[in-house]
Write a protein of this length. Structure first.
Length: 436
């Protein structure tokens, strides 16, 4: 990818995680038992993405007024048990090198950033771009110094401690020196990559209504799917035809095309054109079909078709991180390979990374050996109770398991073959994967 892309998320002290990190591939698949921490890992990325948009921390994570609603558990839910703060970080890969962000947010008694550090590429190599000092008690401020490229001590000043400091840097620094220009670029690049995270959580019953035709950028719940597809039909007929073709592969009956009907007020609703059978409006379409259309539309259109908010980056420079929990919902097992192929194509065509969770053996079996590098196993440590993250390919027992069949087959069968167990105990491998 030439556009900035999120390369790693660090869950330093967040919810059920301590000192964990996971790397992000073009396709990253989180697998593991229920309650292992998969959703918590996704929430870590979600929190970073929301804070990158520059809102106050409490408003970004707890507000019910915004379209995304509060983060699961709100602020208090982000904090590990027995603590009053959480810590997160990430690395964004840019054309000039990696940009690293790490921060700690205190939740009690006041919500504020207590520590933040941004490191990025400069003409002199990797340097501290922004480093915080101590927050001012009761003032809502925190001191931070930024890179200006000049000899001696870096300039510093007061930042609002209730917001991500990096989000304030582009407005605070004038760019009078080459170093300050580098600092602004590092901050804006990281913020744009994080803001390009889109958590798709389709809610089928919200898609079964008329929506304004101008509401074309697909939102998190996909409630405006009809308008988004209507826009695709008008502006990119070839991509629309591709969407219809994929839909035909999902259905077990003939589909002529997708139609967009209008109400007397000019609002639109999606409908299936089934030829001699007539039109089937969205209000009568199945949950699985609507969810499939939302996921497929997101993949086909990339960041240009989604409601990602504003960014200083041009659309051609932005990448998309599409997050979908339980991608298999509404899909017949036979569709797994087709959806994964679409994911791979989207990555190549739209600079799209995809992060999914799944319990589907069919979907896991459709992964090829190259995809396994992006499979991350989430599991609970028996002694400490904390969540852990391990790459599938690094698990003890992975080679023997893959020699026995596909990943989906191994999990469905419930154990490694007996001959693999003669020399080693693979019970821990089974437990991590939720086998048995």
């Amino acid at each position: 990818m030439t556009a900035p892309a999120i390369a790693e998320v660090r869950l330093t002290a967040f919810k059920s995680f301590r000192g964990e990190a996971f790397r992000l591939a073009p396709l990253t698949v989180l697998i593991g038992r229920n309650s292992s921490g998969k959703s918590n890992a996704l929430d870590g990325l979600e929190v970073l993405s929301r804070l990158a948009r520059g809102e106050d921390i409490a408003e970004a994570l707890e507000s019910r007024r915004g379209p995304d609603g509060p983060v699961r558990g709100g602020l208090a839910g982000c904090v590990p048990h027995g603590s009053d703060r959480f810590a997160l970080g990430c690395t964004v890969q840019s054309k000039d090198g990696p940009i690293h962000l790490d921060l700690t947010v205190q939740v009690e008694p006041d919500v504020q950033v207590v520590e933040e550090r941004l490191v990025g590429p400069t003409a002199a190599g990797q340097r501290d771009i922004l480093v915080s000092g101590e927050p001012s008690a009761g003032m809502g401020d925190i001191q931070a110094a930024w890179h200006n490229g000049r000899p001696g001590r870096n300039p510093s000043g007061a930042f609002r401690s209730t917001r991500l400091l990096t989000s304030q840097l582009p407005l605070r620094v004038n760019g009078d020196t080459e170093g300050e220009t580098e600092s602004i670029w590092c901050a804006e690049t990281l913020l744009s990559a994080l803001a390009g995270t889109f958590h798709l959580d389709p809610v089928p019953h919200l898609m079964r209504q008329y929506v304004p035709s101008r509401d074309i950028h697909l939102r998190r719940t996909a409630e405006n799917l009809s308008a988004a597809i209507g826009s695709l039909q008008r502006t990119d007929p070839a991509l629309f035809d591709r969407l219809v073709s994929l839909l035909r592969g999902l259905a077990d009956h003939d589909i002529e095309t997708l139609a967009v009907t209008r109400s007397e007020l000019g609002d639109v609703m999606l409908a299936l054109d089934e030829g001699t059978l007539g039109l089937t409006p969205a209000r009568e379409m199945s949950d699985g079909m609507l969810r499939f259309l939302a996921v497929t539309t997101s993949l086909l259109t990339g960041g240009g078709g989604l409601d990602l908010g504003t960014s200083s980056m041009r659309p051609t420079e932005r990448s998309l991180m599409l997050v979908v929990e339980e991608l298999e919902n509404g899909l017949h097992p036979s569709q797994a390979s087709e959806v994964l192929q679409l994911v791979r194509e989207a990555g190549a065509e739209n600079r799209t990374q995809v992060l999914i969770t799944t319990h589907s053996p069919a979907l896991l079996s459709a992964l090829d050996s190259a995809d396994h590098e992006g499979v991350v196993v989430c599991w609970r440590d028996r002694e400490s109770g904390v969540s852990r993250l391990t790459r599938l390919t690094e698990l003890d027992g992975y080679p023997a398991a893959m020699a026995a069949g596909t990943l989906g087959e191994v999990i469905t069968r419930g154990r490694l073959p007996d001959r693999a167990r003669r020399d080693r105990d693979y019970s821990e491998f089974d437990r991590m994967l939720g086998i048995g």
